[in-house]
Structure formats: structure tokens, C-alpha cells
Write a protein that binds this ligand. Structure first.
Ligand SMILES: Cc1cc2nc3c(=O)[nH]c(=O)nc-3n(C[C@H](O)[C@H](O)[C@H](O)COP(=O)(O)O)c2cc1C
Length: 380
């Protein structure tokens, strides 16, 4: 294999592997095309979250994770991965809010070249993970028992100097997550979008394709059966969202004013909580042009930086997986302005710090973590 260009079969195998990458609400927003021995990836507008992720932060992070998955498989096959970020990545505001990918406007291109042996030695540091781990990793939203040391040593993960992982205590996490959930429930567009991606009944036509199933959400079956029609019929859904709104707004109002507990130590066994923070100054985003780009991006860092952060996020989640731990992401802490503000204060973030991802980690208290569906799974 080494010394040759990648075969079309290898490229499609790698695309298949990368399809196991995590994405917000399991939307799988990527559309890869194999063109002249390279892979070009466009974004599928109908698989973005215009209400819940208006800045495209989570979409871009998951595309970064997609690159990382592909790079891990490529390294295993003896190839180095060269990524070219294309201008369309920084022009996402011009995307329609629904519909298929525009394959003439890819956001990045991946080329593979045979890895030279010395570089491969180094690369085994950079890509210490295996394709099998990419396939097996999964999120778990049920009970987690934390292992406080899990992210104590990150050297092998090669975080760029502008990214760091901060810890958040369990009591603050619970309080801020409630605030974040209240935000989702109090915004009809965000709540409707979430409901649209839920598949609570195996009879849902997309149950085995995309979105989040009752099993993934660790929902008791009877509850899932009662709730399922509310996710699919506007006649039922709209009044539910309308009723939930004011209640959630009340909770949000109360939560916004509540002080976070101070001087607390985590209970034994509590999951650990982590925040991936980018420092825009350390990322070199302090000349006028880059500052403008970062502000244009609305994420707080430029889109190429968010893409790089997504690669790191996938490494962090695989690192936990390798140690037998599962991840439970909590983007609601960043999406809700009130929770985000309190989070920033709690972590003592400065103006140039940008929180990009919040997630919990721990050992899943089950021996069957459900597998999420993918568009690339064999049709049932
Ligand atoms: C950038 C990003 C943000 C995410 N945010 C959340 C979240 O806020 N809450 C959640 O339950 N899952 C979140 N997820 C996890 C996805 O829902 C999950 O990856 C997807 O459903 C596929 O499941 P799997 O990771 O087990 O394969 C996020 C994933 C990514 C990549």
C-alpha cells in the first residue's frame, strides 16, 4: 500500500468510516464526493440546525471530527492526510436553510499521500487511535460514574496551544444544564427543531437513518410511545411547545438569577465535566483582519479554527472511549445566553476565551450503550 496513491476502494472505505463521526442531533451534515483521487466535502443545508446552531459552531466542529475520523483510518492504511480549507467554509451564512448539498461549493478538500516512515512514527503520536475505536465510540446520556483522572494527561492528544480543556464542578453543571434546557424549551423554533430530529418509535421512517432515537436518549419505552406522536404531528406538537414555552421561561428567569454554589467538592462517583476553550488571542486572531473574520464567523473564532477544534474534540472523546468512558455532550450550556454567561464567569474566562464545547464523561452504568443510526447503515 505504502508508495501508492489511495485506491477508490480505500477512499470509499474511509468515507464510510468517517460516517460514524458524532454530529449535533445526529444530523450527519456532511456530503463527501470522491473526485480525482481526493475527497471534497460540502455541507447539507437541510442537515444544519438554523435555530439551535445559528452560528454553525456544532456543524463545523462535527465536520472537524469527520476529518479526524478519516485521518485515523488513513493513517492506519499508511496515508497522511492533507486538508485544504475552501472559502465556502467561511460563507455559510449564504447557505439556504433546507435542501441538499451544493457539490459545487465544497467547504474542504482532503488529499491522501503515502506517509513516509519517519513521519508515520510521529503520526502514530498524533493519531494514536484506531478505525475500530472510531466505529465503537458512542455517546451515552444515562448514568455515568466519573473517573477524575481521565483528562489529566493530554500530551498524546496534541492540543494546539490555543485550545485548552477546563473542568466544571458537578453542582454548577447541573444548575447550568437546567438553565440550558429551559432555554431550549422556551424557544419554540429551537424546541421544534429538536423534536424534528427525535425518533421515539421504531416505526418512524427514519428510525434507522439519522436523528436521536428513544434508545439513544435512554427513554423508557412506554414514555417514548406516548411522546412519539408529539414529535411527528404538528397538530399535537405546536400546542405542547406553546404550553412548555411560558413554563420554561419562568424556570429560565428563576435560574438566571440564582447564584451558583460555591466551595463545593464533587460527590464521589459524579461524572466529570469539561469545557473545550479556544483562546482567540493565542490562535493568532489578533490582527485586524483576523479579528474581523472571527467576528464575522459569530462563533468567536474563525471557521478554520472551529474545524481544527472539532478534530481535537473527536480525539478527546476517543481518548475517553479508550479508557472505557462514555461522553455526554451538553451544548445547551453554550447555546443559552444565560447559562453561557454563568459558565464563563464560573471558569473565569477572559474576553479572548471562547467556550466551544461542554461535555460530561464517565463510565456508563449499563453494559449496552445503544448504537446511533447512520445514513450509511445497510437499509432495513
Ligand atoms: C458538536 C457536537 C455537539 C453535540 N451536542 C450535543 C448535545 O448538546 N446534547 C446531546 O445529547 N448530544 C450532543 N451531541 C452528540 C450527538 O447527538 C451524537 O453524536 C449523535 O447523536 C450520534 O451519536 P453517537 O455519537 O453516539 O454516534 C453533539 C455532538 C457534536 C459533534
Amino acid at each position: 500500500m505504502i508508495g501508492e496513491s489511495p485506491s477508490p476502494e480505500l477512499l470509499s472505505d474511509l468515507v464510510l468510516l468517517a460516517s460514524r463521526t458524532p454530529s449535533p442531533h445526529n444530523t450527519q451534515p456532511w456530503s463527501p464526493q470522491i473526485i480525482d483521487g481526493t475527497i471534497e466535502v460540502s455541507i447539507v443545508p437541510g442537515r444544519t440546525l438554523p435555530a439551535g446552531d445559528p452560528t454553525f459552531r456544532d456543524v463545523i466542529m462535527s465536520l472537524g471530527a469527520w476529518i479526524e475520523s478519516l485521518a485515523i483510518g488513513a493513517a492506519e492504511a499508511g496515508f497522511a492526510t492533507d486538508v485544504t480549507v475552501l472559502p465556502a467554509l467561511s460563507e455559510l451564512d449564504s447557505l439556504p436553510i433546507s435542501g441538499p448539498a451544493d457539490v459545487t461549493r465544497p467547504v474542504f478538500r482532503v488529499a491522501l499521500s503515502p506517509a513516509d516512515h519517519d513521519a508515520t512514527e510521529g503520526a502514530s503520536n498524533l493519531h494514536p487511535f484506531t478505525a475500530a475505536e472510531v466505529m465503537e465510540r458512542r455517546v451515552y446520556r444515562g448514568a455515568l460514574v466519573g473517573e477524575p483522572e481521565v483528562f489529566a494527561h493530554l500530551d498524546s492528544l496534541q492540543l494546539p496551544p490555543w485550545l485548552s480543556l477546563r473542568s466544571l464542578d458537578d453542582r454548577a453543571m447541573k444548575q447550568l444544564s437546567t438553565l440550558g434546557i429551559a432555554f431550549t424549551a422556551s424557544h419554540a423554533t429551537v424546541a421544534n427543531e429538536l423534536l424534528h430530529w427525535l425518533r421515539l418509535d421504531p416505526r418512524h421512517p427514519r428510525y434507522h437513518r439519522d436523528g436521536m432515537t428513544d434508545a439513544m436518549l435512554v427513554m423508557p419505552r412506554p414514555l417514548a410511545r406516548i411522546a412519539a406522536p408529539f414529535t411527528r404531528r404538528a397538530r399535537l406538537r405546536d400546542p405542547l411547545v406553546a404550553v412548555a414555552g411560558p413554563v420554561a421561561r419562568l424556570l429560565e428567569g428563576l435560574g438566571r438569577d440564582a447564584a451558583l454554589p460555591t466551595g463545593v467538592t464533587d460527590e464521589r462517583g459524579a461524572p466529570t465535566h469539561h469545557v473545550l476553550v479556544a483562546n482567540s488571542r493565542a490562535a493568532g486572531i489578533d490582527d485586524i483582519l483576523s479579528v474581523t473574520e472571527a467576528m464575522d464567523s459569530r462563533i468567536g473564532v474563525t471557521e478554520p479554527h472551529a474545524l481544527e477544534a472539532g478534530r481535537v474534540l473527536q480525539r478527546l472523546w476517543l481518548h475517553a472511549h479508550r479508557q472505557g468512558l462514555a461522553i455526554s455532550p451538553h451544548s445547551e450550556l453554550i447555546d443559552s445566553p444565560a447559562a453561557h454567561g454563568a459558565l464563563r464567569k464560573r471558569l473565569g474566562l477572559s474576553r479572548s476565551d471562547v467556550a466551544l464545547s461542554v461535555f460530561s464523561a464517565g463510565v456508563a452504568q449499563t453494559d449496552r450503550v445503544p448504537r446511533s443510526p447512520r445514513l450509511t447503515d445497510p437499509m432495513r
